[in-house]
Design a protein around this ligand. Structure first.
Ligand code: ZN
Length: 132
């Protein structure tokens, strides 16, 4: 007995693919990509909101489903959707320091690209802090 194996595509490679490249993938690879992108989206927002945002794109083909799930966006967890990150001491109800949020680039909303950028930066910062 043999088991069918899906030739998986790395998310890092899939992020750089446009609609033309995605259409060359098999249906199993596209399903696998969709599941992994959905897992990332569920980290930001709940399933109801993901489905509501997907419904607005009205995807028909598997490639459109992958493109749609990549476009799902949620409130930035770092700045709580304000677009401005505060830190320092709280003096008379105001924080002493603030700057545009780096996670969401000051927009207050994060998507797949922003999460990926933040993940890569976090790994870089950890490696730098540990002296690698
Ligand atoms: Zn933010």
């Amino acid at each position: 007995m043999t088991t069918a194996t899906v030739n998986m595509v790395r998310l890092a490679d899939a992020d750089c693919m446009g609609e033309a490249e995605l259409s060359e993938l098999s249906i199993d690879q596209l399903r696998c990509l969709y599941r992994r992108y959905r897992k990332c989206a569920l980290y930001l927002i709940d399933a109801k909101e993901v489905d509501a945002q997907l419904a607005r794109f009205n995807p028909k083909s598997p490639v459109e489903w992958v493109m749609a799930i990549r476009s799902v966006r949620g409130d930035c967890p770092r700045c709580r959707g304000e677009g401005i990150y505060y830190w320092g001491a709280c003096v008379n109800g105001k924080m002493t320091h603030s700057a545009p949020c780096a996670r969401c680039n000051g927009t207050g909303r994060v998507g797949n690209d922003d999460c990926r950028r933040a993940y890569v930066y976090d790994n870089f910062a950890i490696a730098r802090a540990l002296g690698f």
